[in-house]
Design a binder for this molecule. Structure first.
Ligand code: KG4
Ligand code: ZN
Length: 338
């Protein structure tokens, strides 16, 4: 198949084994995601050792599938983009080793990609012409930050969580309420048509700066239930879940909007697993539009972990000549590495 830039993306930072092929940075020729949710759900969270072992079993199959579905061969590839951090180190290494092997044997560029930034770039798959600057909220299971992406594609972190990530508190409270894993979608499902104002919960640091703190909100729910066990009843629990979801999202929306207004940017871009939440999407749009700010978000398949977003960011890095050395390492912690 003839194309200009055909980029294979690989993403194995957590518990999804994923590979995708993008043409020219935005045409998704394939996007394969094999989730390990079933393997981890009994533990209420991800078990790193299980995740990396499963990645080893799946990685070659998933890459082969991505190429096949895209109708391309290894030899058609211009470059390989791969997440090399932040994430679970054992998981990252599997994708990184696969990417290095492909690039080394074909003598094509290897492009290491920051997982958090790639979530933000998921917005450019379906909106490649969106003008910078933008303010982007990246909210997932491991991170919650507000970024300013400038005209020159450089970025600045405007605020981050001081403790739990938004997805992490949703997962923890879903586990506490015994309603399933991953917690975000479970809470969203149980909250549909329920009274989200039934219980008064705190909105931590709502008016204070652009950092987040969610652990106090989590503790508030746990204490409330400890005091009154009837909150766990079939009648009350969905209202409690809905009230909790609303508290988390109110904070995300308020701070992201405040960032957009204070930096005078015309566009807010949501990203990360939590941004597949319908209430977050609609509230962000509604609040932003009332201030003449546009709010965009990727299709749900590009919100949760996927390799299309990795190939997308790799494309922009390739255009800027930001190619990695073949000996790049994986790193586990959030950092400003691009
Ligand atoms: O981006 P992602 O797939 O992986 C990480 O990089 O962490 O995000 C996963 C997180 C989980 O915490 C999950 O509960 C949350 O995103 N999530 C949601 C929804 N779908 C996934 N949270 C709220 N509403 C959803 N619909
Ligand atoms: Zn992620």
């Amino acid at each position: 198949m003839i194309g200009k830039d055909i980029i294979l993306g690989i993403e194995t930072s957590c518990d999804d084994t994923t590979a995708a092929v993008l043409k020219d940075g935005y045409k998704v020729l394939s996007n394969i995601v094999v989730t390990q949710e079933e393997l981890h759900k009994d533990f209420g969270g991800i078990v790193p050792e299980i995740a990396s072992r499963k990645h080893i079993e799946l990685i070659n199959i998933v890459i082969a599938q991505a190429l096949k579905r895209a109708n391309v061969n290894f030899r058609d590839l211009t470059a390989v983009g791969v997440t090399n951090g932040p994430g679970l180190i054992g998981s990252l290494l599997i994708g990184l080793a696969a990417a290095k092997a492909i690039c080394y044997s074909l003598n094509i560029p290897l492009i290491g990609v920051n997982h958090v930034l790639s979530h933000m770039y998921a917005n450019f798959i379906e909106n490649p012409d969106i003008k910078r600057p933008i303010v982007s909220l990246v909210a997932s299971g491991g991170h919650t930050s507000i970024y300013l992406l400038k005209e020159n594609d450089e970025f600045e972190i405007l605020g981050s969580t001081l403790d739990d990530a938004a997805g992490e508190v949703l997962d923890k409270i879903a586990r506490f309420l015994n309603i399933g894993y991953p917690g975000g979608p479970a809470i969203e499902r149980i909250s549909i048509n329920r009274n989200a104002d039934a219980y008064k919960l705190p909105r931590p640091m709502l008016k204070k700066g652009l950092n987040f703190s969610f652990s106090g909100l989590k503790t508030a729910v746990i204490y409330m239930v400890r005091k009154d066990k009837t909150l766990l009843s079939r009648k009350n629990m969905p209202d409690l879940a809905a009230s909790f979801q609303k508290a988390v999202i109110d904070v995300l929306v308020e701070k992201t909007l405040r960032a957009a207004l204070s930096y005078k940017v015309p566009t807010i871009a949501l990203a990360g697993g939590v941004s597949s939440n319908s209430y977050l999407r609609s509230e962000m749009k509604r609040r932003a539009e009332s201030h003449d700010v546009d709010a965009i978000y990727p299709s749900k398949e590009y919100c949760t972990d996927n390799a299309a977003m990795v190939a997308c960011l790799a494309y922009y890095k390739l255009k800027k000549g930001q190619i990695s050395n073949i000996d790049i390492d994986a790193y586990s912690q959030i950092s400003l590495k691009t």
